[in-house]
Every structure is written in structure tokens, then in C-alpha cells.
Design a binder for this molecule. Structure first.
Ligand code: ATP
Length: 285
């Protein structure tokens, strides 16, 4: 079975409080995008399923998120055998785009089809929680408010049609380190989450773009902050209606209503960066 695993961007990312269990309560408007890995899921050749990809550094066995999802599905339903998953990676890894979670979600959908289990998207999303907190959103797709650690989802009005330029600079940011630098009481700038949701309801792309923000941007190290700011500035210079960092970075995206401007932004960013993608919003699964 062949299927696509759509990446996500964060239109907003806010941190509301640190919980007693050490995790943070988040509030994020998430958007699935057409940038996607291509997966093939087949019955396993050997006794244990393998995950192969065009990236030599990704785990190939049970530690690959695709295989973790297959295991979670079997444990939750008692259905399905071992599967081999072949992944053509197009979504950059450790980029704040949930590429691994997207692969896991795609495998859950594939197992649901292949076994005829007939689980609803919400039931599949619940299984996905065992694999990672972004997996439930990747199962549902579309546009959603994600709360808690990211697993509590409320579907939102879809992002109006637009062009999305994503640029990943060539460094990675440690998510635990970012969280450790956040002092929730000292966050000065936050996204206008309610305003973004109202703009989505109104079909107002510029209104969404104007209100986007990611609180992690404030706690980046100076040299990282400067690079993220430079990419945002280039996107806005080329005509983006708004630009923000996605997840725990380092990917930055801009929303455009005009294709020529989005293509011009890609050309400009490709002069300095290898990982630049032009895509669009993806609807709910
Ligand atoms: P998020 O936006 O959820 O923080 P991310 O974009 O930062 O995600 P991913 O690319 O989803 O990060 O995953 C990164 C980690 O997961 C890497 O350490 C990688 O080795 C591991 N991993 C396991 N399986 C996969 C997979 N199928 N695709 C990508 N990474 C995987």
C-alpha cells in the first residue's frame, strides 16, 4: 500500500504553564501541508518488520517511528502482522515539521486499511498518542487547535488556499534545551491564538498571517535567533503575508496569497539554503 505522510507547520505555538509532571501545557494552531514523505507499507519479508529509507542515519528497526506505530496498532487492536515500511524522505528530519510523526500516522492509516479494522480517525489518533504527541494531529490532518502536550485536538476552519514557503536552515535545535530556557512567567510576546481562530472562521488569510507567532523564537540563542529573523525578513521582503518558526525549529515558513511572490521567495532563499520547499495547506484526512 502506498501513501503520503504530510508534514505540519505551527501557525501558532504558545506555552501556557509548566505542569507538575514536568511537561508544559501548550496551545498551538497546527496546519497540515502538502510537503510529504512517500511510504510503501507491505507484509514483512522477515520475522520482524523493517523500516528502510533514503537517509542512512534513520533507525531501521523498532525505533523507527513508522515501526513504533505498527507495534502500537497491533497492541491496541490485536490485528495485523509485521510490516515492512519503505520511506522516501522528503520532509527534513529534526526540523519542527513532525516528519517522523507523519510517517507514524501514515502507518496507522495503512494498518487500519490493510486489516479492515475500520477504526475512526479519532480512534486512530488515540493509538497515535502512544507513539508521540504530534502523531494524533498527523492522523487527523487539516487545521486544528492542539492543547495539552499537543494531543488534545479541536478541528478548526481550514486555512484559506495559499502558497507556503518552508526553509530549514542547516542546524538543529534541541527541543528539551528550548523548553528548559522558557520561563513561562517571563514570556513577553505571545501569538494571538483566539485572533487566528477567528480569522480562520472568517476565511481571512492575511488576518491569520498577521497574528502568527511562536514563543520559542524568544528563547533562541542569539546566533540562531539572527538566522531565523533573517529568513523571516527575506520571506516578508518577497511578499509573505506573515512568517514564523515552526515547532521547535529551525524551519521557518511564510504564507503567500500570490504564487509569483512565493516562487521568488524560494529562488532567493535557495541562494543561501538547500532545504527550501514550496507547498500548500493539506486538508483533513
Ligand atoms: P517535531 O516537529 O515533532 O518536533 P521534528 O521535525 O523535530 O519533529 P522528526 O524529524 O519528526 O523531528 O524526528 C526526529 C527524530 O526521530 C530523529 O532523532 C530521528 O532519528 C527519529 N526518527 C525515527 N523514525 C523517524 C522517521 N520515520 N522519520 C524521521 N525521523 C525519525
Amino acid at each position: 500500500m502506498e501513501l503520503l505522510a504530510n508534514a505540519k507547520i505551527n501557525l501558532t505555538l504558545d506555552i501556557l504553564r509548566k505542569r507538575e509532571d514536568g511537561y508544559h501545557d501548550l496551545q498551538m494552531v497546527m496546519q497540515a501541508v502538502t510537503l510529504a514523505d512517500a511510504l510503501t507499507v507491505t507484509p514483512a519479508q522477515g520475522a520482524e518488520g523493517q523500516a528502510s529509507s533514503d537517509l542512512h542515519f534513520l533507525p531501521t528497526g523498532g525505533k523507527n517511528l513508522a515501526q513504533m506505530a505498527a507495534t502500537a496498532f497491533r497492541q491496541a487492536t490485536g490485528l495485523g502482522g509485521e510490516v515492512d515500511v519503505s520511506i522516501q524522505k522528503r520532509v527534513p528530519v529534526c526540523a519542527g515539521l513532525a516528519g517522523g510523526s507523519a510517517d507514524a500516522a501514515a502507518v496507522l492509516r495503512a494498518m487500519n486499511e490493510l486489516t479492515g479494522a475500520g477504526l475512526s480517525p479519532n480512534q486512530l489518533a488515540k493509538i497515535g498518542e502512544r507513539v508521540g504527541s504530534d502523531v494524533p494531529f498527523c492522523v487527523l490532518g487539516g487545521t486544528a487547535l492542539a492543547e495539552g502536550r499537543g494531543e488534545l485536538l479541536t478541528p478548526l476552519s481550514p486555512l484559506p488556499p495559499c502558497h507556503i514557503v518552508i526553509c530549514k536552515p542547516p542546524f538543529s535545535i534541541s527541543t528539551p534545551q528550548l523548553f528548559s530556557r522558557v520561563n513561562v512567567r517571563k514570556i513577553v510576546r505571545r501569538p494571538d491564538t483566539a485572533g487566528v481562530m477567528a480569522a480562520l472562521d472568517a476565511g481571512d488569510l492575511a488576518g491569520v498571517a498577521r497574528r502568527m507567532y511562536n514563543v520559542f523564537e524568544d528563547v533562541l540563542e542569539r546566533r540562531r535567533f539572527d538566522q531565523i529573523a533573517a529568513i523571516k525578513a527575506a520571506l516578508i521582503d518577497c511578499g509573505a503575508l506573515g512568517a514564523s518558526m515552526s515547532g521547535s525549529g529551525p524551519s521557518v515558513f511564510g504564507l503567500f496569497d500570490d504564487l509569483d511572490s512565493a516562487q521568488a521567495a524560494c529562488e532567493r532563499l535557495r541562494e543561501s539554503y538547500r532545504d527550501v520547499f514550496l507547498c500548500g495547506p493539506a486538508g483533513a484526512q
